[in-house]
Design a protein around this ligand. Structure first.
Ligand code: 5GP
Length: 238
């Protein structure tokens, strides 16, 4: 258990706050109770959401570590806090899809729910003002957002994360439809997985009923949003 404690506030994002610690290699993440969607246009607060996402994300980062995928996650400190390695975030949002839905269907007109023959790897430029636009590899290379080696490594890790999580969730009667990952460079320059893995950043469908067990319940006003997050936590903590 860490002896490091919260020092100075650094940054507040849509779902998390960051604080320094006495060790410059580590920061503390606080998971908030807030929900946002559509680039911050839709907002809500639900008590208990931060605890659930902290628990789920901690569990999944721990699982990935056991399977050989390094991340910024060091440990869960308490109900809403994690100790993580300090990283400089690569300005890319990486999406892996197993089933077509969401923005993929809007963009290309393909059938919602179509099972993809192999996992689709996509990249967006992480910029709220621009609405995280879809990009191709050349954009990232030309504008210096990542090098070819970094993109290759990001793709390899993302697909490995997909294989691990897809199998893990299948066992819990959950289909891993798609998810978003972020990467960063730690203070030693290593490229590692960062941010969070939770129902905020993944689409989870119940394998039997097709029920949405993720943030789409909030985006689409499907009701019982926290119940869905609780259900994911129940299935993975059992
Ligand atoms: P889509 O591009 O279909 O909207 O989203 C694909 C997947 O990435 C979904 O699981 C969605 O939750 C996740 N995702 C994409 N962009 C964001 C984002 O800006 N924030 C969060 N939390 N998740 C995102």
């Amino acid at each position: 258990m860490t002896t490091l404690v919260k020092k100075d506030f650094i940054y507040e994002g849509k779902a998390k706050r960051l604080y320094t610690t006495d060790d410059s290699k580590y920061v503390i993440v606080e998971y908030k109770d807030s929900f946002t969607a559509f680039n911050g246009q839709k907002k809500a607060t639900m008590s208990g959401k931060g605890v659930l996402n902290n628990n789920i994300s901690s569990k999944l980062f721990t699982l990935l570590k056991e399977k050989g995928v390094d991340s910024h996650f060091v440990e869960r400190i308490d109900e809403t806090h994690q100790l993580v390695k300090r990283v400089k975030i690569v300005p890319l949002e990486v999406i892996v899809r197993n089933i077509a839905t969401g923005s993929l269907c809007k963009r290309l007109g393909v059938e919602d729910g179509l099972k993809l023959a192999w996992p689709l790897f996509e990249m967006c430029y992480k910029d709220d003002d621009l609405g995280d636009p879809f990009i191709i590899e050349d954009h990232a290379l030309l504008f210096g957002w990542a090098t070819k080696d970094e993109i290759d490594k990001i793709k390899e890790i993302s697909l490995k994360v997909n294989e691990i999580l897809k199998e893990y969730f299948a066992d819990k009667n959950v289909v891993l439809v798609d998810f978003k990952l972020e990467f960063g460079k730690d203070t030693d320059g290593n490229l590692i997985l960062a941010d969070e893995i939770s129902p905020d950043t993944c689409r989870f469908w119940d394998s039997s009923t097709g029920d949405h067990l993720d943030k789409d319940r909030f985006r689409k006003d499907l009701g019982d949003v926290l119940g869905a997050y609780r259900e994911i936590w129940k299935r993975i903590s059992a």
